[in-house]
Design a protein around this ligand. Structure first.
Ligand code: AMP
Length: 210
């Protein structure tokens, strides 16, 4: 099963990709997570990507495509994958389509209104190892501390109000055109991405297994 999760920032793509990937036995591939790992380990690629990410801009296609190609070539992705945060523009979608990864089975489009996005981002916190929480929807048992590894919980630098406004603009300018691109290919399934997390996971699984 090869899936793309498409939708605005904080639509819940990462949370759902984790859950659906586990249910389907395929890897969850997040270009944002991979880029943040490069930044954390101080690679050249991380240094190149960092300023764009901090500003909420897209990282150059060539960099992201290289990171993705390397990940998809690993053995665990032979059974399928969920792409979370890729493609982000038409050039990336075309690169994926002409690559050797095989055809995409479904594009899951997360529908969520803008007020809800702002609320979700305002409350979003995470630890340095990638475990995520929301102050209201999914609080840690001890404030400010990760339940899994005891690491401090912080806000992502690109979740600040100024940067999120830019990320939403970038989404509507660069990424939204992909909805038509994948509609034309008959791949889009729409998910109303609000309500209980388990309920959304169930909807996605029902749609992609249909
Ligand atoms: P995300 O975790 O998916 O919200 O991504 C965080 C940031 O990483 C984005 O705002 C971009 O700066 C960068 N990024 C992630 N995926 C891509 C991509 N496919 N193309 C370009 N930039 C990306």
């Amino acid at each position: 099963m090869r899936l793309i999760f498409l939708g605005p920032p904080a639509a819940g793509k990462g949370t759902q990709a984790n859950r659906v990937a586990e249910a389907l036995g395929v890897p969850h591939i997040s270009t944002g997570d991979m880029l943040r790992a490069h930044i954390a380990s101080g690679t050249d690629l991380g240094r190149e990507a960092a300023s764009r990410m901090e500003a909420g801009e897209l990282v150059p296609d060539a960099l992201v495509i290289a990171v993705l190609a390397e990940r998809i070539a690993r053995e665990d992705a032979a059974v399928g994958f969920i792409l979370d945060g890729f493609p982000r523009n038409l050039a990336q979608a075309l690169a994926l389509e002409t690559s050797s990864v095989g055809t995409i089975d479904r594009v899951v489009l997360f529908i969520v209104d803008e007020d809800e996005i702002v609320r979700r981002i305002g409350g979003r916190r995470g630890c340095s190892r990638g475990h995520t929480y929301h102050l209201d929807d999914h609080p840690p048992s001890q404030p400010g501390v990760c339940d899994v590894d005891g690491e401090p919980l912080v806000q992502r630098p690109d979740d600040s109000e100024v940067v999120i406004r830019n990320r939403l603009n970038v989404y509507s300018r660069e990424t939204e055109p992909l909805i038509d691109f994948y509609h034309d290919r008959g791949l889009v399934v729409e998910i109303q991405a609000f309500g209980p997390v388990q309920h959304i996971t169930r909807q996605i699984l029902d749609e992609v297994r249909a």
